[in-house]
Design a protein around this ligand. Sequence first.
Ligand code: KMH
Ligand code: ZN
Length: 312
Amino acid sequence: MADKLIITAALTGAITIPTQSDKLPYTSEQLVADAVACVKAGAAAVHIHARNPETGQPSSDPDLFAPILAGIRASGVDMIVGTTTGGGMGMLPTERLRVVPRYKPEVASFNLGSMNFSIHPVARRFKPEDYRFGWEQAYAEGTKDFIFRNTFGDMETFAKTMAEHNTKPEFEAYDVGHLYNLRFLLKEKLVQPPFWIQFVLGVLGGLAATPEDLIVMKQTADRLFGAENYRWSVIGVGYPMEFNMAGMAAMMGGHVRVGLEDNIFVGRRQLATNAQLVEKAVRIAREFDRELATPEEARGMLGLKGSAAVNF
Ligand code: KMH
Ligand code: ZN
């Protein structure tokens, strides 16, 4: 019998630019409202990035996370709150990690290798006068040469810091080699199974969001760790890949992440809110007879410390 299905909503990220969708939340009020709406729609977890509330520019400033995390808490709606440590272009690993000691979240992302994480083709879709904010064009074009830095030295620091604060790493694997990096961290006793792994498919610079690529990731993880030693979820970047991958995960016993961080459309050329993306993931789960995990059930499945043990 397959696990209950955990839906994570990735609300804003650092790779979607406001010009792409007027539904992209970036103020704390918008992010809190979207988090609550997504959980009401069926998500058990949210994945949080912060942005400058005036300009929508991605930021790793821990102070910008404070009103988002406090607002979620004040909503009274239970959810697993995971923070990014991936951040975005121009942020140093040490800056990205600051949210962990400060807020001690239940979950935080843990990126498993360095790569040229690029969205530069997005810039070709817009004329200079189309952009809503001054930073966006250079940001999107600049990712052509953006090295998303996650060295073995960085990963060692991230692993030790997350262990110290009892924050569960959500391992982000964009390519098969990243799973081998995780096996190295395991051999070094820097990380402990059972793991929570996101197969991130469709980022330019990593594997594509195809059935073949998902299966190669799953088979490799099974071989390296043993299927009983990890749970996995899939991120399909772009449309319709987000939902193709969700369908496969629902069939294969995996879990699903959706949200405007990864994809802005709910149908062909139909811009979506975060809640609409979750609603579609819920419909897919139901079609495959997968019950949804509540936040508390998901905590049990992932071995999380619980929302009483965070620092926000
Ligand atoms: N933006 C996603 C493709 C992170 O925040 O650490 C991957 C991600 C990374 O969510
Ligand atoms: Zn993220």
